[in-house]
Write a protein of this length. Structure first.
Length: 377
């Protein structure tokens, strides 16, 4: 496992945050000792920690988590993309040498598809503030307990079975005590015992909230640019309304027809009657109403609005936007639900999107006039 500090662009790791600690790789048998030395040098900087690890040694994970509890820190799941590695693979030998150099590196952070599994979540539990992004993964399974015997003679099967049982009990007690101390619900351990070591259970958002790992009822990603055949700017959120048990996944995207014309799309789980509801978004300018797209999708519904470059820019210029969904009750009463959306990353992502948008085309009338003028010349 390696630990290093990364400096990114302004707001790369959140509003007002441009530097973070990367904790990544397999948790090995000497990870805690190395981490204590590293953390002693950087802990006064109050940097958030991003974990990206398949797990490893449980005892080392608990020791590292206990160290985090000594000082309030923020722990998240995310993968650091280091610029100094160039075109080398981030997990390749050449890049690992760079990450183990002890230097402060430069790069970006991505939560999309980031993974923290096996013993890694226990390490993360040590932080006083834990934030699992909407597009990151936290996974658990039963710990593998190894029992070794000294001497050339192999004990009888009954002795081996008894030793294994005692080892598992000690491991369970150790983990249970740690989890309780870190404020995580012990129901997590009951779930863990049902998952074989050879398998892996990805925690649902409901489980993450129920076990007290991350209790937020609304979790959103920054706006991000996604290159492709048709590039987009994209944002995802998980939301649980008051009184509901389940989270719903909602997402937005901005696409361009050309550098002056854009479309804002919103996707949410299908409702019973979308015709009796409305959706709008507002920033510094007038609210923009989205129209329900009558397309055949059984599980989701799509809303969209055409926007100019100026109207998109008015959203990007604000720190957050008001997103309102209004439903109509049976008695005709309007029930608006307004959510504050962070515009983190929108300005930078729109700048990247604009470089992929085609130039505006002249309207038909103007094209005919220009063609006539060229013919006259």
């Amino acid at each position: 496992m390696q630990f290093y500090v990364v400096k990114g662009a302004p707001d790369a790791c959140g509003r007002g945050c441009d530097s973070w600690i990367a904790v990544e790789g397999k948790i090995d048998s000497s990870a805690a000792v190395r981490f204590r030395k590293f953390f002693a040098r950087v802990r006064t900087r109050n940097l958030p920690l991003y974990f990206y690890s398949p797990g490893g040694n449980v005892e080392q994970a608990l020791a590292m988590g206990a160290l985090l509890r000594e000082k309030p820190v923020i722990a998240r799941v995310g993968q650091s993309i280091v610029n100094e590695c160039g075109f080398e693979a981030q997990d390749g030998d050449a890049c690992l040498k760079v990450k183990q150099s002890g230097r402060e590196l430069h790069g970006d952070i991505s939560t999309r598809g980031a993974f923290c599994g096996s013993a890694c979540p226990y390490l993360m539990f040590g932080a006083t503030t834990r934030e699992v992004a909407a597009d990151a993964t936290l996974a658990v399974h039963s710990a593998k307990v190894l029992v070794s015997f000294r001497g050339p003679d192999v004990p009888p099967p009954q002795a081996v079975a008894a030793a294994n049982l005692r080892a598992h009990e000690r491991s369970d007690d150790m983990i249970a005590g740690y989890v309780a101390k870190m404020g995580v619900d012990r129901g997590l351990l009951a779930l863990v015992r049902t998952v074989k070591f050879e398998d892996m259970h990805i925690l649902t958002r409901e489980e993450i909230a129920r076990f007290g790992i991350d209790r937020r009822e609304f979790v959103e990603t920054p706006w991000t640019f996604e290159p492709g055949v048709r590039s987009i700017v994209h944002k995802v959120a998980l939301q649980r309304k008051a009184g509901e048990k389940s989270f719903r996944t909602i997402q937005w995207r901005v696409i361009c027809f050309d550098r002056d014309r854009f479309e804002l799309d919103f996707q949410r789980p299908a409702t019973s009657n979308p015709a009796f509801s409305s959706v709008s978004v507002s920033g510094s300018g007038a609210p923009v109403s989205l129209v329900h797209a009558r397309v055949r999708m059984s599980e989701v519904e799509l809303w969209s609005a055409r926007m100019t470059k100026i109207s998109v820019q008015s959203l990007a210029d604000t720190r957050e936007a008001d997103f309102t969904e209004t439903s109509i009750a049976a008695d005709g009463h309007r029930n608006p639900l307004t959510q504050k959306l962070s515009n983190e990353g929108l300005a930078e992502s729109m700048s990247k999107l604009l470089t992929t948008c085609p130039a505006p085309t002249a309207p038909p009338t103007q094209q005919r006039v220009e063609a006539r003028d060229r013919a006259a010349k």
